[in-house]
Design a protein around this ligand. Sequence first.
Ligand code: NAD
Length: 375
Amino acid sequence: MSAPLPDPLPVVSVGAGGMGRAWLQVLRASPDVELVGVVDLDLDAARAAVADLGAPDLPLGTDAVELARRTGARAVVDVTVPVAHHPVTTAALFAGLPVLGEKPVAATLAQSLSLAAAAEVTGQLFMVSQSRRWNPQLARLAQQVSALGAVGAVSVDFFKAPRFGGFREEMAHPLLVDMAIHHFDAARYLLEGEPVSVYCEAWNPPWSWYHGDASASAVFEFSSGARFTFDGSWCAPGAETSWNGSWRVSGEHGTARWSGDDEPEVDTTAPVPTTEVTAHDGIAGSLAIFVDALRSGTVPGGEVHENVLSLAMVEAAVESAARRERVLLDDVLARAREQAVAEETRDDVRAALEGWGSVREALVGFAPRAADTSP
Ligand SMILES: NC(=O)c1ccc[n+]([C@@H]2O[C@H](COP(=O)([O-])OP(=O)(O)OC[C@H]3O[C@@H](n4cnc5c(N)ncnc54)[C@H](O)[C@@H]3O)[C@@H](O)[C@H]2O)c1
């Protein structure tokens, strides 16, 4: 029998880089959790982060499970680099610790399937913080879309010109891999059904300051028959869109639009629901939803099985751009499962992966968890 969860919930945060520091502020400010320790392979980075947080005495470590044991933490927030998501989250889940992890779920689709299987084997919650999913304006857009009847098309324009320096300027597909996942995930939130296929072109304009393809256009077919179109660039100076993108949803009974920064607008004669949408927002919203899910035993949006299809959309778009062909999501998922089985080092996780029927069935049909969590 597991002990009841303390309130506030003691947590350790892993990864004290740029985004990790933003998380530390949110964890310190939240009434739902108590930040009891900070982990980073680079202890100097952890030390500097807690000093800047005004909490220089917080326990530090280089291993999340070890520090959680030392401090009595009952959950882990994983804000490490994508390649570390799989090892850090797997270790935490098998130590009985639920995990709230930064996007992307893992560095590869294969690793993300391994994490979904690890969540099944351990019975622990692993939720991905896809922070832009929790924008209240997006929730109100979804409410408007529900009044439009059948949806025919969703499109998003994303045009910006940031100069990040660092890893994004070296990646092969910075826009698709590092950014478009937010828009793909939001499209899944807006549309009924799930993505079936994609045709994508990716290219790098002559003036681009990125090494890889900074521009892309993709058309996804959804199981409802609707099409989702993404057009974007990270080297598009002038008339920039919102970071959330600029959206248009065309349905049987009208059209809804969202600039990404202002309240969405709907043009329809159909009645639009007016119920208050939950006021969660950004990473603080992810945290509140995670803690609520742990206490209630419900399965939150962003639970690993639910989130994996957003990463699958990214990998399918990259593959389509490379092959210059329409790519089926089910083919991408099947190959990722083969890779996950081949790479898996844990017998129990490999058995869970092999026990799935189709990958899509395993992801979409995932059953709710028990209400408690072991220490
Ligand atoms: N939601 C958003 O809008 C958003 C924005 C930026 C970054 N992110 C995500 O946040 C994550 C972190 O990004 P970042 O920009 O902070 O990266 P970063 O490189 O600034 O920091 C990552 C930190 O993790 C540490 N680390 C790496 N491997 C580790 C391990 N095995 N154990 C402990 N610590 C380890 C590194 O030493 C580093 O300090 C990424 O997954 C990124 O995609 C999300």
